[in-house]
Design a protein around this ligand. Structure first.
Ligand SMILES: NC(=O)c1ccc[n+]([C@@H]2O[C@H](COP(=O)([O-])OP(=O)(O)OC[C@H]3O[C@@H](n4cnc5c(N)ncnc54)[C@H](O)[C@@H]3O)[C@@H](O)[C@H]2O)c1
Length: 258
């Protein structure tokens, strides 16, 4: 029995990395996928791959930092399948930035994507679910940066911390509607986001020395997008029916060390 037969699952930033691995896993398990992303070309490429897995995948060009785009995307997704069952708020961006030199425009762009994007997607998806009589699930892809400090990351870490509070507060407020809201907090995961300023941080000496050889990551390796996707799918499935407002680290143990 496939876990998500005929369910409609929206994944923001679903054409790459963790989002694409998540979209593929849900599709394999019977879901109709809606990818909400900015790039037509990577959306089309992802759609080709998803079609091979079955279902009726759809790509809706969406900048989640734009409320009108999000509203349109939720409407298109509802029209396509008649219902929305799972909303995965995955899209985000990262760049290194000195706090003293950060600009207001760039800071706002990070919050518009990570916090406001998830707010709009959650609000419009949850309203659609209640209108459609669906007891659905929302999963927010956060980061261990949401509760730890890191150099050159105040914008991203502050936004992920706010996303974690959005997770808890919406978990509380949407519970009476039968909507479960949870999150995952990945650590070092091998995706395009690991390449910062042209350098793949997973290939640097500091990563290999500190995190692998000295085992700041107890499991002594980076994770894969698929290993995060499987926890997202668990949080959307009946197997997690009594989990609400949790943010599960998927970090090989990194957040338990110092
Ligand atoms: N890779 C890691 O080590 C790591 C660690 C912790 C958390 N995360 C989180 O995992 C999630 C996925 O990241 P990833 O590692 O797969 O990287 P990724 O860069 O492959 O994925 C991010 C996706 O979001 C999309 N996106 C960005 N801004 C958008 C916008 N305004 N509208 C629509 N789409 C937008 C990008 O185009 C991309 O497809 C992110 O939330 C990220 O913060 C990743």
């Amino acid at each position: 029995m496939r876990r998500f037969e005929n369910q409609s699952v929206i994944v923001t930033g679903g054409a790459t990395g963790i989002g694409f691995a998540t979209a593929k896993l849900f599709a394999t398990e019977g879901a109709n996928i809606v990818i909400a992303g900015r790039s037509e070309s990577s959306g089309a490429q992802a759609l080709n791959e998803l079609k091979k897995l079955g279902g009726q995948p759809l790509f809706v060009r969406t900048d989640i930092s734009n409320e009108a785009d999000v509203r349109n995307m939720i409407e298109r997704a509802s029209e396509q399948t008649g219902h929305i069952d799972v909303m995965v708020n995955n899209a985000a961006m990262f760049y290194e930035s000195e706090f003293l030199r950060e600009t207001t425009d760039r800071w706002r762009a990070v919050f518009d994507t990570i916090v406001n994007g998830a707010y709009w997607c959650s609000k419009y998806a949850a309203n659609a679910m209640t209108d459609q009589g669906i007891r659905g699930a929302i999963i927010n892809v956060s980061s261990i940066n949401g509760y730890r400090a890191l150099n050159l990351s105040s914008h991203y870490n502050a936004a992920k911390g706010a996303l974690d509070q959005l997770t808890r507060c919406t978990a509380f407020e949407l519970a009476p509607y039968g909507i479960r809201v949870n999150g995952v907090a990945p650590g070092f995961i091998d995706t395009g986001l690991s390449v910062i300023g042209g350098v793949n941080e997973l290939e640097t000496e500091w990563f290999k020395n500190d995190y692998v050889e000295k085992r700041r990551i107890p499991l002594a390796r980076a994770g894969s997008a698929e290993e995060v996707a499987s926890v997202i799918a668990f949080l959307a499935s009946e197997a997690s029916s009594y989990i609400q407002g949790a943010i599960i680290p998927v970090d090989g143990g990194l957040s338990i060390t110092f």
